[in-house]
Ligand binder design. Structure first.
Ligand code: TXA
Ligand code: MG
Length: 318
C-alpha cells in the first residue's frame, strides 16, 4: 500500500474506475477499511460480518463503540436477510430505495453481521444507496458493507475524496474518488417502531415525505435516550467557533452566505435548498481551512431540506 501513497502523505485517492473498484472489493474482502462514495457523503466501508474489520472502522474513526453503524445493502431483497420488514418498512424501501434513506428495523436473529455493528441493539440501521460506485462495491464483493461517514468522530462529514484524505492521512489506504456527492447531507434515518415511526436524523428525504407515505406524523424522540449519536448536540463540528443566522459577519469571520446574502462563499445564490445541502459540508471544510478565526453562517429557512441543513448547522455551532 505504501507504494501507492502520495507524496503529500495523504491516503491514496484513486479515480473510481473499474480497476480501482476491483481493488477496493479485494480490500474489503480481506477485512480492510476503504473509503467509498455514496450520493450522501463518503463512507468508511468494511465487511459487516467480520468483527475485526468492524473493529477497524471504530478504531479508524475514533468512534465510541456504543454508537452503531449503518449497514449498506444492494437491494431490498438482500436487506431481508438482516432485518424484519413489516408492511410500512416495505413501503418505505419500495418508495425511497435506492436512495438517501436509512431504516432502523428489528434485527433478524440470525443476521450475518458482527455484534459491534449494532452495538448490541435489537435493531439494525440499513441503507440501500443509489450511488453507482457503492452499488458496484456491494454487488462485486457480495458483502454487506458497514459504513459510517468517512470523517473522524465528531468532525465534518466528507463530500469529496480530498476531505477524506485530509482527515485520515495515511491511515486510509484507498479512497475511491467519484467527485462531489450529489445530496451532500447524510441520509435521513427513520426508525419503524411497533406503534408508529420516529425521525432519528433529518436528511434529504423529508419528514413530510415519510408522513405522506405512512399516513401518520412521527412519534417524538426522547432526547434522554440517544440512540443515534448523530443527534448528539455537538457533532459535525469544525475546529473553529461557529455563529448562525448571521447577516453581517464580524471582523475575522469567514462568512458562508445563502441566497441574497453573498458571504465569502455562497451555498446557493438562487436560494435553492438542494444545491445548498450539496455544498454545505464542503463550505464548512473550506471555512475551517481558511485563515479566519471564526465562521459565520447566513440564515437558512427551515423548509424542506432546509430542516436537515439547520439540524447540521446547530450541531456544528454547539
Ligand atoms: O448518509 C449516510 O447515512 C452515511 C453514508 C456513508 O451512508 N452514513 C452515515 O453513517 O452517516 P454514520 O455512522 O455517520 O451515522 C449513522 C447514524 C449514527 O448516528 C448511529 O447512531 C445511527 O445511525 N444508528 C445506527 N444504527 C442504529 C440503530 N440500530 N438505532 C438507532 N440509530 C442507529
Ligand atoms: Mg457521521
Amino acid at each position: 500500500m505504501m507504494a501507492g501513497s502520495n507524496p503529500l502523505g495523504h491516503g491514496r485517492i484513486a479515480k473510481a474506475d473499474s480497476a480501482a473498484i476491483a481493488e477496493a472489493v479485494a480490500a474489503v474482502r480481506a477485512g480492510d477499511v476503504v473509503a467509498i462514495p455514496t450520493e450522501t457523503v463518503y463512507g468508511l466501508a468494511a465487511d459487516a460480518s467480520n468483527a475485526a474489520a468492524v473493529a477497524n472502522i471504530y478504531r479508524t474513526k475514533g468512534r465510541p463503540d456504543f454508537n452503531p453503524l449503518i449497514v449498506h445493502v444492494p437491494d431490498h431483497a438482500a436487506a431481508e436477510q438482516l432485518a424484519q420488514f413489516d408492511e410500512r418498512a416495505a413501503m418505505l424501501a419500495f418508495r425511497f430505495w435506492p436512495g438517501p434513506l436509512t431504516l432502523v428495523l428489528p434485527l433478524q436473529p440470525d443476521a450475518p453481521v458482527a455484534r459491534a455493528v449494532t452495538a448490541g441493539l435489537p435493531t439494525i440501521a440499513l441503507r440501500c444507496p443509489a450511488h453507482p460506485v457503492m452499488q458496484a462495491a456491494l454487488r462485486q464483493s457480495g458483502l454487506f458493507l458497514a459504513a459510517p461517514s468517512a470523517n473522524r468522530s465528531g468532525g465534518i462529514s466528507p463530500t469529496r475524496a480530498e476531505h477524506v484524505a485530509r482527515s485520515f492521512g495515511d491511515s486510509m489506504p484507498l479512497i475511491l474518488d467519484a467527485g462531489p456527492c450529489s445530496a451532500g447531507l447524510e441520509s435521513t434515518i427513520v426508525a419503524v417502531r411497533e406503534h408508529g415511526w420516529q425521525l432519528l436524523r433529518p436528511g434529504p428525504v423529508t419528514a413530510a415525505e415519510i408522513e405522506g407515505l405512512l399516513g401518520e406524523p412521527p412519534l417524538p424522540v426522547t432526547e434522554a435516550k440517544v440512540e443515534a449519536p448523530g443527534q448528539l448536540a455537538s457533532h459535525y463540528a469544525p475546529s473553529k467557533p461557529v455563529r448562525l443566522n448571521v447577516k453581517k459577519p464580524a471582523p475575522g469571520e469567514w462568512h458562508i452566505g445563502f441566497g441574497k446574502i453573498e458571504g465569502d462563499q455562497n451555498l446557493s445564490p438562487d436560494g435553492d435548498f438542494a444545491e445548498a445541502a450539496a455544498r454545505l459540508f464542503d463550505a464548512l471544510h473550506t471555512a475551517d481551512a481558511s485563515d479566519r478565526a471564526a465562521i459565520a453562517i447566513a440564515p437558512i429557512p427551515d423548509e424542506g431540506i432546509g430542516v436537515a441543513i439547520n439540524d447540521r448547522l446547530r450541531r456544528a455551532a454547539a
